[in-house]
Design a protein around this ligand. Structure first.
Ligand code: SAM
Length: 273
């Protein structure tokens, strides 16, 4: 997978040399290229910002350096990029909230390009223009405001790259994690390792029982319970068809019942006529 990141703070992307991502780069699984937006300015001060039209606080990134920088990136596709070109990811608090499902979609792409905003963001015409040329996704890490898009790029790259074959040693572990579709999008159950007893806290006995089916049942129950208590919003998209009788019993105890439009909703089971 090729990743191009355009930024005024290339140093911010240095963590992409470390750990699993760094190793994936060394192995040739990831080709990460960081581009300095200021290389596409033409004044002595290498200016990339200007006050917003209409007034207001702060400065906005001007469209011309972005146009030049992104055109240069798009003019150099990786082999096998295909006619669709890259997905252009623009981190922004007004974007779609980035999820594991989005990470899975992006992991299937051969080429991602990132445009890191700073100041009060990027002139809106940049997204408008590139949306007519490539697939653009404005992505938000969540409902808060960061100083720049670089941190969002680190997050997205880490979430996407670990899904690529060969990046994470044990691929099966990806399927059992929180938010994985294979795990019905639920939160992961609590997990324990040695020692069996620590500071008066014991590992649940079932986990050391060696009884595989009981371990799996315990994990599923805990997953459902945790999700119901911490992220009940995730149950709205849990298909009742994916649940067996034991799942339904746990969810009912937590106060969730199958909804009319699929998923689960809070409340007691409707009384039958
Ligand atoms: N004026 C913008 C607004 O109110 O929507 C905020 C701009 S923010 C200070 C500067 C840059 O940080 C954005 O262009 C974006 O690249 C990045 N950023 C800030 N919050 C973000 C978030 N929640 N998710 C992703 N990127 C974010």
């Amino acid at each position: 997978m090729r990743l191009d990141v355009v930024t005024i703070f290339g140093e911010y992307l240095q963590p992409l040399q470390l750990s699993l991502i760094g190793r994936a780069r060394q192995q040739g699984l990831l080709d990460v290229r960081v581009h300095d937006l200021r290389e596409h300015t033409h004044d002595r001060h290498r200016t990339v910002d200007s006050p917003p039209y209409g007034g207001g606080a702060g400065l906005l990134m001007r469209p011309e350096p972005w146009g030049e920088a992104l055109d240069a990136v798009l003019a150099d596709p990786p082999p096998g990029a295909g006619a669709d070109g890259p997905v252009l990811l623009v981190p922004s608090p007004v974007g779609e909230v980035f999820t594991q499902a989005a990470a899975v979609e992006l992991a299937a792409e051969p080429w991602l390009v990132f445009a890191c905003g700073r100041y009060e963001g990027i002139d809106a015409r940049v997204v408008e223009h590139y949306a007519s040329r490539v697939r653009v996704r404005e992505v938000s890490l969540g409902d808060y405001v960061l100083n720049g898009g670089e941190v969002a790029v680190l997050v997205v790259v880490e979430a996407v790259a670990r899904l690529l074959p060969g990046v994470v040693g044990n691929a099966a572990s990806l399927e059992q994690e929180s938010h994985a579709a294979e795990h019905d999008g639920l939160l992961e159950h609590p997990a324990y390792t040695k020692p069996a007893s620590w500071r008066g806290l014991e590992v649940p006995a079932v986990l050391a029982s060696g009884h595989h089916a009981q371990v799996e049942r315990w994990r599923r129950d805990e997953s459902l319970r945790r999700t119901a208590r911490r992220r009940p919003d995730l149950l709205r998209t849990l298909p009742p068809a994916a649940c067996d009788a034991a799942d339904l019993a746990v969810l009912a105890t937590e106060g969730f019942v199958p909804g009319d439009a699929g998923g689960f909703r809070p409340g007691p089971a409707p009384v039958a006529d």
